[in-house]
Design a protein around this ligand. Structure first.
Ligand code: ADP
Ligand code: MG
Length: 697
């Protein structure tokens, strides 16, 4: 059977030359606990110092090595005191600019001396310049060699500089590269969908020391086969750890919560609507799980507005019918508040006690809530992450419901699970409106079974979606005015809260001021992420009750707030947002009987990609389809993936970019779990660290 990780690599960092306990501790901050970890601390980017670039050929924004003769060094006082050093190599000249410098430094940059620098050129007041380049004086005329490999740039931490890290990693590579175990060597060939990927040692060598001429474009895009090999292993590590969590949960026991048919019947009859086929199916899945004596772990995926909450409420009755408590956790106070209202409205008529617990509760109500929870008087407890904090003792916690899963990490969920006590676990129901594609879901949520609700309740008017250039803003404002005068309400969403130089986004604050002015007689409110939860809630309530007709907001309204009278959604800078996000925002309207519209305001010119995205949104109303499209259309460098993954922190892999690895990850995972349990542990250990992730459950 496979041995534990690398028999020959020492496990103590102090085995490295130049590393003592103090440095070892600093390295820990980079998740480096043993020498092998250094091999997996991968460069964030590379610098090409293997070639000299003629000064005349320097491109602005590109980093390069240049060499030249110093023509002039002087201190200038324009605006800011700086040291300027002018060099030339016969193809052109370049100014080196230093804002911080010593007298010795100035003296060293003597006219006639030869200098080699590395930096990024930019246009300056007198031709090309480099600000604070790295440089070295050359003892001409002896030729000094350039670097042989591309220079890796590692993530650093205080007290561990780049050069030191490079040396330590170099030392580890030289001494132990061959000892790093390749757990996938024989497995990789068995996965048909996968291209041929290099062996582990070759990948590590290449990524730490890419040869001159290496494909920098592929490397910086993260698409080099050597990176893919590691990304695969990293995703596999996460997948496997989730699979282990799942297996452990299956082995635990839970209270069986079969349906109380009479209670269920009365509840369904009280609703005033009929469950959709999707809701019924999801509920059947849940009922089947809940009747078991081991904990359910189920994810319900469904588009905004498909009615996940009522499914959760029906499931809650199973627990209550068996004398168990139910905890419902939402990621924001506002959303928790909405759940409290829904659950109260649905369950209070049955004499069920719904209790509220969030971090912002004052001492007395908090103590009262805690007491109710501890005695079991509280049957349904709705709140935020405050639900799993110290001092919250449950009475007989049978079911945990978590809404908007992607905002919580696996850990947070597990923490709530532990609240039930040591010998029984609560069942776990997770709801998400993020319709991530199936392959990704199976990798990311490998600890859960999934149910999907793919239709909306009947009678919903489809939302008309139009894309309009922001130059026609006046028309849009007019439309908002007409809607509000007709008794309807509108959202106006702006991505940022303050004017920012970095993004030409329209800020919520200035839009709010503008709309307040032009929409005379119409109440316009403002809501953004920097407001306190109480302020947000107050504003949202005023909008829900109709005291405000227009709500200008950042994307904070994205999560599950329900106002049926709101029929108009304006989204600024729509071209900058991901499809799934736009789709979720759009889902805030169309919740009542009136016809609803979504206006996507964009700034011209639109890139092809942005155009295609807006077009996709106009054409489709299906979150799953759009999520798939989101994957396909994702531009380089966009971070659409991070939000969807909650706390999952990845070092090499990128869930969107590497989505095609999901299928091989699953088949590899299956093989390893069946055939090589020791390798499973070693891979998890290598990428995630053992104790943190799978020690506890
Ligand atoms: P989401 O899945 O986005 O959380 P909600 O649970 O908030 O959706 O449901 C949206 C709205 O639809 C709520 O007002 C809810 O009461 C209503 N609803 C849920 N199911 C049905 C149904 N089968 N028929 C009609 N309305 C429904
Ligand atoms: Mg919801």
């Amino acid at each position: 059977m496979a041995a534990t990780a690398a028999e020959h690599i020492p496990t103590d960092l102090c085995a490295l030359r130049g590393v003592g306990p103090a440095l070892a501790e600093k390295l820990n901050r980079l998740h480096v606990y043993q020498p092998e970890d250094l091999l997996f601390l991968l460069p964030q980017r590379y610098e090409d110092r293997t070639r000299l670039t003629p000064i005349g050929g320097l491109l602005p924004g590109n980093s390069a090595v240049v060499e030249g003769e110093i023509e002039l060094t002087e201190i200038v006082y324009r605006r800011r005191r700086s040291l300027l050093c002018r060099i030339s190599d016969g193809t052109g000249s370049l100014t080196l600019r230093f804002f911080y410098f010593s007298r010795a430094q100035q003296a060293g940059l003597e006219r006639g001396g030869r200098i080699r620098c590395y930096g990024s050129a930019r246009p300056g007041p007198a031709g090309k310049e480099m600000v604070h380049p790295e440089y070295r004086l050359l003892k001409s005329p002896v030729h000094e060699p350039l670097e042989e490999c591309l220079t890796p740039v590692y993530p650093t931490t205080e007290g561990v500089q780049q050069t030191r890290l490079r040396r330590l990693i170099g030392q580890t590579l030289d001494a132990w590269l061959g000892e790093a175990r390749d757990y996938l060597k024989s497995e990789l060939t068995a996965v048909e969908t996968l291209e041929k990927l290099p062996a582990l040692a070759a990948c590590l060598e290449y990524l730490h020391r890419p040869p001159p001429g290496a494909d920098l474009a592929a490397l910086s895009a993260g698409r080099h086969p050597c990176q893919r090999r590691l990304a695969l292993e990293e995703l596999l590590a996460h997948h496997l750890s989730l699979r282990l969590i799942r297996d452990r949960l299956r082995a635990e026991s839970a209270h069986a919560l079969p349906i109380d048919h009479e209670l269920r019947q009365r509840f369904i009859e009280s609703l005033g609507f009929k469950l959709t086929a999707g809701q019924t199916r999801a509920l059947e899945d849940i009922d089947r799980d809940l009747a078991q004596t081991h904990p359910m772990s189920r994810l319900v995926q469904g588009d905004v507005g498909c009615g996940k909450t009522v499914v959760a409420a029906a499931a809650a009755l199973n627990a209550i019918g068996q004398g168990c408590q139910v905890a419902i956790m939402a990621p924001t106070e506002l959303l928790a508040e909405q759940h409290r209202e829904s659950f109260f409205a649905w369950l209070d008529p049955f004499g069920i006690r719904v209790t509220w617990l969030t971090g912002s509760l004052r001492k007395n109500p908090r103590n009262k809530a805690l007491a109710e929870i501890a005695t079991g008087e509280a049957q349904v407890i709705v709140g935020t992450h405050a639900l799993f904090q110290e001092g919250v003792d449950y009475h007989k916690l049978g079911l945990v419901i978590v809404d908007e899963q992607h905002r919580f990490g696996v850990h947070q969920r597990l923490k709530l699970m532990e609240k039930a006590g040591v010998d029984v676990r609560p069942h776990q129901l997770v709801m998400t409106a993020t319709p991530i594609p199936r392959t990704l879901a199976m990798t990311l949520y490998a600890d859960m079974d999934t149910s999907q609700i793919r239709e909306l309740p009947p009678g919903r008017q489809p939302i008309r979606t139009v894309a309009i250039a922001e130059t026609r803003r006046d028309e849009v404002i007019e439309r908002v005015r007409q809607a509000c005068l007709g008794g309807r309400r509108a959202y106006w969403v702006c991505p940022l809260i303050e004017e920012s130089e970095a993004l030409p986004s329209q800020a919520a604050e200035s839009t709010h001021a503008m709309l307040t002015e032009v929409l005379e007689g119409i109440e316009v409110g403002l809501m953004h992420g920097r407001m306190s939860p109480e302020q947000k809630e107050r504003t949202m309530k005023r909008f829900a009750r109709g005291h405000l007709s227009v709500l200008v907001a950042t994307t904070v309204i994205e999560v599950g707030v329900d106002v049926p009278e709101a029929t108009l959604m304006i989204i600024e800078n729509a071209e900058r947002m991901g499809l799934s996000q736009l789709h979720q925002l759009r889902g805030r309207v169309g919740r009542g009987p009136g016809e609803s519209a979504c206006v996507l305001l964009y700034r011209s010119p639109l890139s092809d990609m942005a155009r295609e995205r807006l077009e996709a949104l106009r054409k489709s109303n299906d979150g799953f389809e759009l999520a798939q499209k989101d994957l396909e259309l994702r531009g380089p460098g966009e971070v659409l993936g991070t939000r969807q993954t909650g706390m999952l922190q990845l070092r090499v892999a990128d869930l969107i970019r590497d989505a095609d690895l999901a299928a091989p990850v699953q088949s590899l995972g299956q093989r390893l779990l069946q055939e090589k349990p020791a390798a499973v542990r070693a891979i998890i250990e290598r990428w995630i660290g053992g104790a943190e992730r799978f020690g506890k459950v």
